[in-house]
Each structure stands twice: as C-alpha cells, then as structure tokens.
Design a protein around this ligand. Structure first.
Ligand code: NDP
Length: 277
C-alpha cells in the first residue's frame, strides 16, 4: 500500500453484509484511485475507540450504518445541515480539528428519484416508517415541495415527533400504521421500514394509493422481496433502494476526494448480480 492509498471504512453492527466496500472500490477503479475500503464491526459503545484506531492507522474517511448514525454526532467537531436536521451522520471526513460529519442519505435519495424520473413536486406522498432513514430523507423530500407527506409508523409517536419537527417546512402529517392514513389517493409510497430484513411486509393497503401510484422501497436485495411481490400482485411499478445506496455513496466519495462519479456502471453491476442470485 503506497502513500497515495486512501484509507476508508464503513462502521456498523452488523456490517459484514454491507455493499459499501464493493461500491467504493468500484468508484476508486473508475477514477484510477487506490482505495482501501474495509468493513469494521463496532457496537455503539465501541465507535469512539474503533475510530481512534482507524485514524491512527491512516484512516481519513468513513461511512456509518446501523446503529451508529446518531451516536456519531457527538464525536464530530462539525456537522453539516443535513446531519444536524436528521440527527444522523452517515459520512465522516477527517479534517485538521477532527471528524466532520455529513448525511448524504437525503441527497442520495433525490439523486435516485431523479434517475428514475419520479417527481415529488405537488405529489401526495405516503411514507411507511419513521426511523433514522425517514429522518434522513424527509428534509430532502420537502425541498421538492410535495403537495403533502403522510408519515405512518408502527409506533405512532415516532412519526408524530418527526412530523412536528418538520411541519414548518411543508404539509407533513403523521399517524399510526394500524389506523392507516386519513386521506387516500397517494401518488408515491415510500417504504422506509426495516421489516423486510425479517421477510415481513408492513400492513399496507392498495386502496390508499392512486391507480397510477409508484412504490419506492429503501430496502434492496432480500429485504426488498416482500414488497416487490406485493407491488407485482397489485400491478404497481416498484423500485428498490440500491440506487439510493449508490447515490449516497457517490456523494460521500465526492466529499472525501472532491471527484464526481458516474453512478450507473456501479448500479448496473449490482442489479445484474442481484438478478443472478
Ligand atoms: P431504524 O431502525 O431507525 O427504523 C426502523 C423502522 O422500521 C421503524 O420505523 C420501525 O417501526 C419500522 N419497523 C421495523 N419492523 C417493522 C414491522 N415488522 N412492521 C412495521 N414497521 C416496522 O432503521 P432505518 O430507518 O435506519 O432504516 C430503515 C430501512 O431502510 C432499513 O431496512 C435500512 O436497511 C434501509 N436503508 C436503506 C438505505 C439506502 O441507501 N437504500 C439508507 C438507509 C436505510 P417502530 O418505530 O415502530 O419500531
């Protein structure tokens, strides 16, 4: 490994399944850069020590995944607006005074919607789930001035907290998933729960959606399959979250290196592999 090698890593628990090492190595190849990107297992109470070790070994940039995104906030010397608003950091960059934290999930989500030609302006959007991922994408969603955003969550209070926090930015309302939305005719369903990791599907109802509605799942791979089947059964166009994953990664890579990337070759390779499985 020479002095020009960029040492990067994703921290999380579990992290062994993460596609981030593959994506960032592919980005490095695309730009002719020598990238050493590893997956490092860390529980929330181990993050600070693991980051210190990583930094001592020459690490200069990192991604964070579950359960570390909120925990990382207090370890940052500075955070960007997106990380502050969502109270979650998914990207760290080492700058003189320490780690600077960013959240590229919301911008990555918008990049993917743009790639897919999914409009948000004036649309009625239904979001299922109110965890860290929803907190990350909601401010970006509202920037596009949708007609309304309805947040439904198994634990209603979590959705209500998010709705209260962002209601000054647009027409956001919240409720309990089991009670369903107060209105119907949604143009876009965004599935942002982790239920798919257990093969489950949140209790969603086709009648909530407009005839021409589109479904976007933040999940991909096996975790996307239950919703993909549901959407097929109801003849709704459905997209997985691989494009968002590659989008947020491309934006993180740009923060670390200042270089812009071509997302599509990496995304196409991941989709080809997903089909071969
Ligand atoms: P969190 O753990 O913060 O939140 C999980 C959410 O899922 C909560 O709203 C939770 O509800 C809900 N949930 C879990 N199980 C069920 C169930 N059986 N029925 C209904 N709701 C359920 O996770 P994140 O918000 O960080 O991530 C959500 C998903 O998005 C994950 O699967 C993650 O992999 C994916 N993701 C994808 C990204 C991408 O780039 N494509 C980026 C970030 C996340 P409750 O509050 O009631 O517990």
């Amino acid at each position: 490994m020479d002095a020009k090698t960029i040492k990067l890593a994703v921290f999380g628990q579990p992290v062994a399944h993460s596609l981030s090492p593959r994506i960032h190595r592919a980005f490095g190849e695309q730009l002719g850069m020598d990238v050493d990107y590893r997956a490092i297992e860390a529980a929330a109470d181990q993050l600070e020590a693991r980051l210190d070790e990583f930094r001592a070994n020459g690490g200069t940039g990192a991604n964070l995944t579950v359960p570390l995104k909120e925990q990382a906030l207090r370890l940052c010397a500075q955070v960007d607006v997106a990380a502050r608003q969502s109270r979650a950091v998914n990207t760290l960059m080492l700058v003189n005074d320490g780690w600077h934290g960013y959240n590229t999930d919301g911008a990555g989500f918008l990049l993917d919607l743009d790639r897919l030609g999914i409009e948000l302006a004036d649309r009625r959007i239904l979001v299922i789930g109110a965890g860290g991922a929803t907190a990350g994408i909601l401010p970006s969603m509202l920037e596009r001035e949708p007609h309304s955003v309805c947040l439904l969550n198994r634990t209603a209070e979590r959705a209500e907290r998010l709705s209260d926090k962002f209601s000054h930015r647009g027409n956001v309302n919240a409720g309990a998933l089991e009670e369903g939305p107060e209105e119907e005719d949604f143009d876009l369903l965004v599935q942002s729960t982790s239920a798919g990791h257990a093969g489950a599907l949140p209790a969603i109802n086709r009648a909530w959606l407009a005839t021409s509605a589109t479904v976007y799942d933040l999940n991909y791979g096996n975790a996307h399959q239950a919703l993909a089947r549901w959407a097929r059964a109801h003849e709704l166009p459905c997209h997985d979250g691989l494009g968002m994953l590659v989008g947020q990664a491309a934006l993180a890579f740009e923060i670390w290196t200042g270089q812009q990337l071509e997302m599509s070759p990496v995304l196409e390779a991941l989709h080809r592999e997903a089909k071969d499985c």
